[in-house]
Design a protein around this ligand. Sequence first.
Ligand code: PLP
Length: 482
Amino acid sequence: MNPEEFRAAAHELVDWIADYRLRVDDLPVRSQVHPGEVRAQLQTPPPETPQSFSDLMSDLENVIVPGLTHVQSANNFAWFPANSSLSSVLGDFASTGLGALGITWQSAPALTEVEELVTEWLRELTGLSPEWKGAIHDGASTAALVALLIAREKASNLSLAGAGLQGEAAPLIVYSSPQAHSSIVKAALLVGFGQSNLRMIEVDETTFAMKPESMRAEIEKDIALGNKPAAIVVAIGTTGTTAIDPIKESIALGKEFGIWVHVDAAMAGSAMLLPECAPMFDGVNEADSISWNPHKWLGTSLDCALLYVRDVELMIRVLSTNPSYLKSGVDGEVTQFKDWGLPLGRRFRALKLWFHLRLDGAEAIRARLRRDLANAQWLAEQVAATQDWEIVAPVSLQTVCVRHIPKAMAGDWQAIDAHTQNWVEAVNASGKAFITPSVLQGHWMVRVSIGVLGTEREHVTNVWNLMQEAAQPLNSSGFKST
Ligand SMILES: Cc1ncc(COP(=O)(O)O)c(C=O)c1O
């Protein structure tokens, strides 16, 4: 494809994307395809000769679009928002169009320096202290992996320079919440701590936040056994219920026992832009690392996660490599992001954040986040005021966790669990909205996660109406009672 052919095709594609965004709310939210259906429609031998752009566009329209769950739909309330603002889409286009190669500062000075700039902008916008330095990663999972790698090396006095974990006399221990995202356990296992060295701290039964006294007890028990506490992972905004772990108390324990504290605020980090949410993050500046995802609620297209650390020197000692072919005359003067994470070759991800922040501005982003918080409070009020409905976790952010317990089922958890799964499926199968069932304290509940860019009060009203309709128990004639 030459640049002129690209120009023509790209104009058509941009029009198509704009049209998709205009009609996305009218599409069934959850993809209605069956396993294998997409593949079966596209299965051909590898193309030996060029195919027409219009054939490809037709497959995009007729096979790919139905093969997607439309997370950009205003009727999507599943998981957490994965917003993709069109301003950031432009930045992503520009990044791919430029085809920059981020391996060293010299390979793309602008890639490095715009990343420094936007991570600094977001540090300022979120009120983090200037002691933090940030980099962009693909996801919070990678960010947690990097944070735990540094924690491991701190606790083991840079064991990677010798026998690594295999040379450690005492097992290194990680403390986290059973409510933390699965990526935390994954990161801890990949970093080599081992399942038997993970401690899941008891959580409060109503807030689902870790209990500091239980954390202290576990740490002291480990020390008495001769184990070495290495890392505490605190979640602000857990995936299940957006629970907020005790930051200050965890950091105090971290300091008392010399333990690295990583804060996972993948979804909730966006709330740091709102001064009224500052109490949720009180004390966070004293942690050792914090990650959050602009690719969630903030609205910068996937993939865009931030990891901030305070001890950059230690991070570089853990992660740097310096083969001769990458050396240059400016080493020592510039940031080399290859030493801040896992990959050598990095995309120009900073462009999408730069476009997003410049074209939308923080003021509009804050207003949208506030709209979502208000919508969540509104929904929580409706649920709490409606017979047989319950709010099952504090609504600290934009996610509302609910159960419907008809009187006839009270106390019969088997029936309640089956009922919950049935009514959620009825909502999701309708295509009119999409919500996520999840297990809390051993029983099913439903998360209504508000925060898609286009979601207004009317969409929240609609999903609430759908939920009530779907949860009406069938009467003896098989009809929904009214
Ligand atoms: C609290 C939390 N942490 C981590 C993650 C993993 O994020 P990523 O998909 O960016 O790896 C998620 C994903 O939803 C999350 O909710």
